[in-house]
Design a protein around this ligand. Structure first.
Ligand SMILES: [Zn+2]
Length: 125
């Protein structure tokens, strides 16, 4: 479904929306690819100890790091999928807290941003 230009509350330019959509789709492809790689990294470490004790501990700590990276990666994927839905609904670029405009410059840096700069600032204080 195409979102008509005028349905966008802040009149974000259709070409900008299209461009952001492309950015998000490309990012998602990248993150999904990364997720596959992390999946391999986080697979259970074989208990068969051809690995020495130290090596095994190193492997476990590396696995923990990968698990953390994987959960961050997963969060980002969810955020970006959410952003795509917001593009479809025509609410993309609108702050979910104050309904204000999220500047394009911010969206270019953080395509999945849900808050405008002011609201994001308050959140972190
Ligand atoms: Zn706001």
């Amino acid at each position: 479904m195409m979102v008509p230009f005028l349905s966008l509350r802040w009149g974000m330019k259709q070409e900008d929306v299209e461009r952001m959509k492309e950015v998000i789709v490309a990012l998602l492809a990248q993150l999904n690819h990364h997720a596959e790689f992390l999946d391999l990294e986080t697979q259970a470490i074989a208990p068969s100890c051809s690995l020495g004790r130290i090596t095994r501990m190193e492997a476990i700590s590396e696995q923990a790091i990968s698990t953390h990276a994987q959960s961050l990666n997963q969060k980002r994927i969810i955020g970006l999928e959410n952003a795509l839905q917001r593009i479809e609904k025509g609410t993309y670029g609108t702050c979910i807290r104050c309904q204000g405009e999220i500047p394009l410059g911010r969206l270019e840096l953080v395509p999945e941003a849900l808050l405008c700069v002011q609201c994001a600032d308050k959140k972190h204080r």
